[in-house]
Design a protein around this ligand. Structure first.
Ligand SMILES: Cc1cc2nc3c(=O)[nH]c(=O)nc-3n(C[C@H](O)[C@H](O)[C@H](O)COP(=O)(O)O)c2cc1C
Length: 164
């Protein structure tokens, strides 16, 4: 494994102060679901509705996401911390095992119980250093109707929930 320079470690330490939500990005290719935890997700444009997230170029998932031509952003709720860890490792079939899923019109899977979700067509892959930015156009989305479902938060390398 490549070791990071002191500068890279300092940047990672600084960025850890930037609190984010946590998503599991899912996609389907050749009849197989795959997915991974991601906190680089963000909004880009409202008209048209565009979003992005970044994927490590070294990730074994890169080719799958490119071939799938789209992805679903599952914005995790504060009760789904275990899912966040489950989608960081192991076989993809095992990541999805036993999960309550809805099948979207695009064929992609949406994880039930999330705070919100967005189903996106892959608009463009933009190379950016050791990551690729996956720009997506939002095709459909939904928000959990239960107002008690709060988003999962990630900051300082820890999971938490809103206390506002
Ligand atoms: C909170 C959190 C956020 C993450 N965000 C990203 C991300 O934005 N981009 C990324 O490439 N990996 C991210 N990861 C790591 C991936 O989830 C992990 O490398 C991936 O699931 C490994 O899958 P693979 O073994 O199939 O390559 C994150 C992990 C955690 C715990």
């Amino acid at each position: 494994m490549k070791s990071h320079s002191p500068m890279t470690n300092d940047i990672k330490h600084a960025m850890a102060s930037f609190a984010t939500g946590v998503t599991v990005i899912t996609a389907t290719h050749a009849g197989q679901d795959f997915g991974m935890t991601c906190n680089s997700f963000n909004t880009v444009s409202l008209e048209p509705a565009l979003v992005l997230w970044s994927l490590r170029t070294a990730s074994g998932n890169r080719a799958h996401f490119e071939a799938a031509g789209g992805y679903t952003v599952n914005i995790l709720s504060h009760t789904q911390q275990a899912l966040a860890m489950r989608f960081t490792k192991g076989l993809h079939a095992e990541r999805f095992a036993g999960l309550d899923l809805a099948r979207l019109p695009t064929g992609r899977s949406q994880i039930l119980g999330c705070a919100a979700w967005l189903d996106c067509e892959l608009e463009r892959i933009i190379p950016a250093g050791d990551h690729d930015i996956l720009l997506g156009r939002v095709l459909s989305f939904g928000v959990n109707a239960d107002s008690k479902v709060e988003p999962l938060i990630y900051a300082r390398r820890q999971f938490g929930k809103l206390s506002i």
